[in-house]
Design a protein around this ligand. Structure first.
Ligand code: NBX
Length: 794
C-alpha cells in the first residue's frame, strides 16, 4: 500500500506523475525503473479518481439513492491502469509523457500485474458489470475476497500444464486503499442458545475481515463506485506466551489459520479437498459484506422495513447464497424482527444469478459440515425448508436433500428474482434444474443476457478499429454501443472496407510478432482462428483439435491443394484436478509440435497455444481474431461472453446454438455466422441413441482417421482416455457433431477466400453487436431486478 501523498496533486498530468515518483515513491527520475514509472503513473491517475469518487458517494447519500451490492467470489479485473486512463480520457497525455522520455507507454502499462481474482466468465462478467455500473451512474459496491494469490500461473512442460502460484501482491498495488478502521469479526462454529425467547449464536472461533477499497471509475470519469475486497486477519496476531516459550510455530498458528481464508482463489474444480475452507471463504466475505451493508443502511435510515427499497443485493451464482440465512439471522436474532418478516425483507433485497446448469457445478454442502461451521444458519435453512414445505405440500424440491444443503434451491427461495444469463439458458432453467421452483414461483425467473464493456473490449483493446469507427460515426458509440449500427451502410463502402481490413491486418501483425517471441513462427496473412476459454469437455476444445488433425491429414494428402493457410490459436487453463481437460491441453500442444514442424504443411497450418491465458492475453488475441470458435455442446454453455467480444471486434463465429450464440446469430444475421451442430433438444435425444459415437465415427472416415492417428501415437502416447471417451460414452457428443463441424469449417474457408465479402461480414458483425454492451445488461438488471435508478453528480 502506498502512503497518500502529503501534497495536492498537480493539475498537469506530467507534473503529477513526476510528483508521485518523487514524493509518493521516493524515486529520482534518473533512476526510475519501468515499475516505478508505472506506479507513479497509477498513483497520479488514482488521484484524479478520488474527487469524482467522493462526489458520487456524496450524491448517493444526498439523493438517498438505492444502492446495489454485487456479491461475487470472483472479480477478474485484469489490469486497471489503462481502464482508468481511458475512462478519464488521459491516454494521449500518458503516451506523450512517455514518448518525451523515450519510454514506451504500452510497455509501462503492460508492466502492471494482471489481477486474476477469478476463474473465467463469471469473474470477468463481474468486472465488466462494475465498470458499466460506474459508467451508468448506478450507485454500487462490488464485494469480494482480496485473494493473496489469484488464479494459478500456467506453463507447459513437454505439453503438460504446470501450475505455479500467482503472486500479484508481491509488488505494491497502486489502486487500493486499505481501510484499517473497517473491520468486522466473522465467527464460525460454536453453539446456539435460547435466551429469553431469543436465539443467539455463540461462535467458537472468529477471524477479522478487513476492507480494501479500489475505486472503479466510469466512462468519462463522471461517476465512480467501489470494489471492496475483504482480507482475513487473526483476532490475535500471535501468541506471545508460546513465542516466549520458544514455540515459534505454535505462536504463529492462529495467524496462519486465519489468513488461509483469503489466501487463494479456488479453481472451479469438483474435488472434495478444502470443501470446509471454501465454505468458510463464502461465509467470510458474505457476512462481512452484509455487516457493511447494514452499517451503511443504519447510518441513513432507522426503519428496517425500508431495506428492500434502499438495498439490492445481487448474488453472483450460489457462492454467496449463505447471504439469505445470514440476513435472516441478523434481522430475526439480532434485530428482533419476526422470522417471517425477516424472510420477507431478506427476499426483497436478494436476487440470484445462475451461471450453469451442469449438475456437478451446482453447489451443495453436507448438513454435517454446515451444522458444524454455521450451526445457526443450518437451523434457519431447516426452518426455511419447513416453511416452504408447508406452503407447497405437493412439492418435491427440498433445500435439504440426501444429507446435503442445496445452494441453488436455497438461493432461489431466498431471492425475489432469479436470472439466467442468456435467453436459451433462462428457458432451460425453467425446463430443467428449476422446473418445479419455477412452477411454484412463476415470474421469479427472468433473463438478463450477458454483456461486455466496450471501453475495455473495444476502445482499449482495439485502438485501431476504435479510431476507424470514431472517424466514421463519431465517438458516441463508446457510451452507447448501439450506435455501431451506423456502420452498417459502410459495409458497402469500398474505402471503409479497405480501412477495416487494414486495421485487422495490423492487429494480426502485432499478434504474430508477439507469438513469434513466444516461439511460434506465424504468417500474419493466415486466417487467425481462435478458441480461448477455460478448458472443459463441454467447451469441446477436443472437437476443434480433432478437426485440426483431420485438416492436417488432408493437407498432407494434397499439399498443392487450394487450402486456406490457417493459424489455429488455443488459450486456456484447466482446473488442476481435472485430468481429462489436462489431457486435452497436452494433446493440443503435441499436435502443435508435430504440425508446426511438418515441412509438407507448415506453410498451410500452424497451431499456437500461448501459455497462461488471462485477461491481458485476451486483449491481444481478440482484436486480431478472424474466426471465433464457440463450439460447446448445445445446452451446456450458459451464455459465453468471449463470443460477444469476438463479434464486436469483427471475428466471424463458428458455433453451435448454445448460450448467447443464439442471440449473436439472430442479431448479426445467419449469413454472417457459421452454424453447425445439434440443438439442445437434439442433444438430449441423441444421447438416447445406442452407440451414437460409433455410428458417427463409422459414417465419417475423416473422424475415424484422425482418431486412428491419435491412437497410433502420431502425437505421442497417453491419449487413450480421450479416444475412448469420444468413441464410447461421448457425453458431450464430439463425434456426433464432428461431420457438421467439418462442413461449417470448410464453408468458413470458402468464405475467407473472398477477402472483400469476408470483411463485409466482419463489419456487419461489429455494426450489429452493440446490444452486447454490459451497459445494456446493467440497465436490464436495474429495471427488472434491482429497481435502481442511475444518478449523476450535479
Ligand atoms: O459464467 C460462466 C459460464 O460458463 C458462461 O457461459 C457465462 O458466460 C459466464 C458468465 O455468466 N461460468 C463460470 O465462469 N463459472 C465459474 O467460473 C465457476 C467458478 C467457481 C465455481 C463454479 C463455476 N465453483
Amino acid at each position: 500500500m502506498q502512503e497518500a501523498p502529503v501534497h495536492l496533486p498537480s493539475e498537469n498530468l506530467s507534473d503529477a506523475i513526476l510528483q508521485q515518483l518523487k514524493y509518493g515513491l521516493g524515486k529520482d527520475a534518473a533512476h526510475a525503473t519501468r515499475t516505478d514509472w508505472r506506479l507513479a503513473l497509477s498513483l497520479a491517475i488514482r488521484d484524479r479518481i478520488v474527487d469524482p469518487w467522493f462526489a458520487s458517494t456524496r450524491t448517493t447519500y444526498a439523493k438517498q439513492g438505492k444502492r446495489v451490492y454485487y456479491l461475487s467470489m470472483e472479480f477478474l479485473i485484469g489490469r486497471l491502469l489503462e481502464d482508468a486512463a481511458v475512462n478519464l480520457g488521459l491516454m494521449d497525455e500518458v503516451t506523450a509523457f512517455f514518448d518525451e522520455r523515450g519510454l514506451d507507454a504500452k510497455a509501462v502499462i503492460a508492466d502492471e500485474p494482471d489481477a486474476a481474482l477469478g476463474n473465467g466468465g463469471l469473474g470477468r462478467l463481474a468486472a465488466c458489470f462494475l465498470e458499466s455500473m460506474s459508467s451508468l451512474g448506478c450507485p454500487a459496491h462490488g464485494y469480494g475476497i482480496r485473494y493473496e494469490h489469484g488464479l494459478f500461473r500456467q506453463s507447459f512442460d513437454d505439453g503438460r500444464q504446470v501450475e505455479a502460484p500467482e503472486d500479484w501482491l508481491s509488488e505494491p498495488h497502486a489502486w487500493e486503499f486499505e481501510r484499517a478502521e473497517v473491520e468486522y469479526r466473522i465467527g464460525f462454529g460454536g453453539h446456539v442458545a435460547e435466551e429469553n425467547g431469543q436465539t443467539r449464536w455463540y461462535p467458537g472461533e472468529a477471524v477479522l475481515a478487513r476492507a480494501y477499497d479500489t475505486p472503479v471509475i466510469g466512462w468519462k470519469g463522471a461517476w465512480a463506485n467501489t470494489l471492496r475486497l475483504w482480507s482475513a486477519r487473526p483476532e490475535q496476531i500471535f501468541d506471545l506466551s508460546r513465542f516466549n516459550a520458544g514455540d515459534y510455530y505454535g505462536a504463529a498458528h492462529q495467524e496462519a489459520l486465519a489468513r488461509t481464508i483469503s489466501r487463494v482463489l479456488y479453481p472451479d474444480d469438483t474435488t472434495d479437498e478444502g470443501k470446509r475452507l471454501r465454505l468458510k471463504q463464502e461465509y467470510f466475505f458474505t457476512a462481512a459484506s452484509l455487516h457493511d451493508i447494514l452499517r451503511r443502511f443504519d447510518s441513513e435510515y432507522d426503519d428496517l422495513s425500508l431495506l428492500p427499497e434502499k438495498v439490492a443485493i445481487q448474488l453472483n451464482d450460489t457462492h454467496p447464497a449463505i447471504a439469505g440465512p445470514e440476513l435472516i439471522r441478523i434481522l430475526h436474532d439480532e434485530r428482533g424482527l419476526s422470522f417471517e418478516q425477516a424472510v420477507e425483507i431478506a427476499r426483497g433485497c436478494l436476487a440470484y444469478t445462475n451461471h450453469t446448469l451442469l449438475p456437478e457445478a451446482l453447489e451443495r454442502w453436507s448438513v454435517g459440515l454446515m451444522a458444524h461451521l454455521l450451526p445457526r444458519h443450518m437451523q434457519i435453512i431447516e426452518r426455511m425448508d419447513a416453511l416452504h414445505a408447508e406452503a407447497h405440500p405437493d412439492r418435491h424440491v427440498r433445500l435439504i436433500d440426501h444429507g446435503d444443503v442445496h445452494m441453488g434451491p436455497l438461493a432461489f427461495t431466498t431471492a425475489h428474482r432469479v436470472n439466467g444469463v442468456s435467453a436459451l439458458h433462462s428457458e432451460l432453467m425453467k425446463d430443467t434444474v428449476f422446473a418445479e421452483l419455477n412452477r411454484l414461483h412463476p415470474g421469479r425467473i427472468v433473463n438478463q443476457t450477458n454483456g461486455v464493456t466496450p471501453r475495455r473490449w473495444m476502445l482499449s483493446a482495439n485502438p485501431r478499429l476504435s479510431a476507424l469507427i470514431t472517424e466514421a460515426i463519431g465517438d458516441g458509440w463508446v457510451g452507447d454501443l448501439e450506435q455501431l449500427q451506423q456502420l452498417e451502410p459502410l459495409a458497402e463502402d469500398a474505402g471503409f472496407v479497405e480501412a477495416f481490413a487494414k486495421a485487422k491486418r495490423a492487429n494480426k501483425a502485432d499478434l504474430a510478432a508477439y507469438l513469434g517471441k513466444e516461439g511460434t513462427g506465424v504468417d500474419p496473412d493466415a486466417m487467425f482462428d481462435v478458441q480461448i476459454k477455460r478448458i472443459h469437455e463441454y467447451k469441446r476444445q477436443h472437437l476443434n483439435i480433432l478437426q485440426t488433425i483431420a485438416l492436417w491429414q488432408e493437407m498432407k494428402d494434397d499439399p498443392k491443394g487450394d487450402w486456406v493457410p490457417t493459424l489455429k490459436i488455443f488459450g486456456g487453463k484447466a482446473a488442476p484436478g481435472y485430468f481429462f481437460a489436462k489431457d486435452i491441453i497436452r494433446l493440443i500442444n503435441k499436435v502443435a509440435e508435430v504440425v508446426n514442424r511438418d515441412p509438407d504443411t507448415r506453410h498451410l497450418l500452424r497451431v499456437a497455444y500461448p501459455a497462461n491465458y488471462n485477461v491481458s492475453l485476451a486483449e491481444r488475441l481478440i482484436p486480431a481474431a478472424e474466426v471465433s470458435q464457440q463450439i460447446s455442446t448445445a445446452g451446456k454453455e450458459a451464455s459465453g461472453t468471449g463470443n460477444m467480444k469476438f463479434a464486436l471486434n469483427g471475428a466471424l463465429t463458428i458455433g453451435t446454438l448454445d448460450g448467447a450464440n443464439v442471440e449473436i446469430r439472430e442479431l448479426v444475421g445467419a449469413e454472417n455466422f457459421f452454424l453447425f451442430g445439434m440443438t439442445a433438444e437434439e442433444v438430449v435425444a441423441r444421447r438416447q441413441v445406442e452407440g451414437h459415437a460409433w455410428q458417427a465415427i463409422s459414417a465419417d472416415p475423416r473422424l475415424a482417421r484422425a482418431l486412428e492417428a491419435i491412437r497410433h501415437g502420431t502425437f505421442g502416447h497417453g491419449f487413450g482416455g480421450i479416444v475412448d471417451n469420444v468413441s464410447g460414452p461421448d457425453y458431450f457428443l464430439v463425434s456426433s457433431d464432428f461431420t457438421d463441424y467439418w462442413r461449417a469449417s470448410r464453408e468458413l474457408d470458402a468464405a475467407y477466400r473472398d477477402p472483400k465479402a469476408w470483411t463485409r461480414k466482419a463489419i456487419l458483425n461489429v455494426a450489429r453487436s452493440g446490444w452486447f454492451s454490459s451497459d445494456r445488461t446493467i440497465r436490464g438488471y436495474m429495471a427488472d431486478i434491482w429497481d435502481a435508478k442511475a444518478l449523476s453528480v450535479d
